[in-house]
Design a protein around this ligand. Structure first.
Ligand code: TXA
Ligand code: MG
Length: 323
């Protein structure tokens, strides 16, 4: 059974030591909790895939702590340097051509590697103690909702991992934005996230291609990104989306509003105090996971406007609702 460890110096040292030995541990980041292992150690990588029951064709993000680690694992074009300077540490993942030091299992045999530098202070304290980059997918069983609190990881993965480093609730609450710079002149958005594609375009000064063809749920296509699968981030309870107004539940169904002030009955829930979408993002996965354990026949989920972070939220909600 997994132990939840508070981020004391002793525990940080202990987890860093386990990671150096090729073990894996759940760690906090500002987006969601990750299941981390030494990115340069194929045995650690195998443990990550096994614990998540993740298809081997679905590559992992490598988390770095400094620029030296970046140059060690990836070939970085100027556009990468520019975006890294602007958005790192933070919730932006960039895809580069990889260097041979990165094991094939990390990248699912692709010639490219996904890289991110997280900003969470506890993560950074841990990474500082590890003389290697950390591969870390979200710390949930494949296809389920990502964990944004240590307790979510314990509930979802408690029997398959040993250590969970508790960094509190995640600040951002949804997974990072992913942009491919494999063709630096033609950047490609692979997953929407907390950093909007408009912000990336403003910094780069070139258009970012929006949406490659969506992968089908039964493909874990090496080509694009499983974040693009139609059904992903899904709870067990069926999700029904609504926009504006109030749905009429049939039987014991939960209704989740963006703005908590819209709640009326005992089965109404809010994602924020006043409709602020950053707060909605912070609370969405926690709310969905809590309701998923309450035996509702259905969860009605209100969609936000399709702009700013609302774009990423709509994306996750739509995938959670997909059949
Ligand atoms: O916010 C996040 O990104 C979190 C935290 C832990 O960093 N991580 C996360 O990892 O969401 P994961 O494994 O759940 O999603 C990683 C996504 C997948 O959609 C994967 O296909 C894509 O990144 N990916 C990884 N390497 C890739 C590559 N070389 N080319 C294209 N997509 C890649
Ligand atoms: Mg994931």
């Amino acid at each position: 059974m997994a132990q939840i460890l508070q981020p004391t110096l002793l525990h940080l040292d202990r987890i860093a030591e386990q990671l150096s030995k090729g073990e894996i541990a759940a760690v906090p980041t500002e987006t969601v909790y990750g299941l981390a292992g030494n990115a340069l150690n194929p045995e650690a990588i195998a443990k990550i895939y096994a614990a998540k029951a993740r298809p081997a064709r679905n590559p992992l993000i490598v988390h770095i702590h400094n620029q030296d680690q970046l140059r060690e694992i990836a070939v970085v074009p100027e556009a990468g340097t520019i975006l890294a300077k602007e958005f790192w540490p933070g919730p932006l993942t960039l895809i580069f051509r990889k260097r041979p030091v990165v094991p094939d299992s990390v990248t699912a045999g692709l010639g490219t590697v996904a890289v991110r530098m997280p900003s969470h202070p506890v993560y950074r304290e841990l990474a500082r103690r590890c003389p290697f980059p950390l591969a870390a997918p979200s710390a949930n069983p494949f296809g389920y909702v990502s964990p944004t609190r240590a307790e979510h990881v314990a509930t979802q993965m408690g029997s398959t991992i040993n250590w969970i480093l508790d960094g509190g609730p995640c600040e951002s609450g949804i997974e990072s934005t992913i942009v491919s710079l494999v063709e630096p002149k033609h950047p490609l958005l692979l997953r929407k996230g907390g950093i909007s594609v408009e912000e990336v375009e403003r910094i780069l000064g070139v258009p970012v291609v929006r949406q490659p063809k969506e992968a089908k749920a039964d493909e874990d296509g090496a080509l694009a990104s499983p974040g693009l699968m139609k059904r992903h981030y899904s709870p067990k309870t069926p999700i029904q989306l609504f926009e504006g107004g109030r749905p009429t539940p049939a039987g014991k169904e939960a209704v989740v509003f963006l703005d908590g002030r819209d709640c009326q009955g005992p089965d109404d829930y809010g994602l924020s105090d006043s409709g602020d979408l950053k707060e909605v993002a912070r609370n969405l996965y926690d709310r969905v996971q809590t309701l998923d354990r309450k035996n509702y026949a259905r969860i009605h989920l209100e969609l936000p406007e399709n702009r700013g972070i609302g774009q990423a939220l709509r994306d996750r909600m739509t995938r959670a609702a997909a059949k």
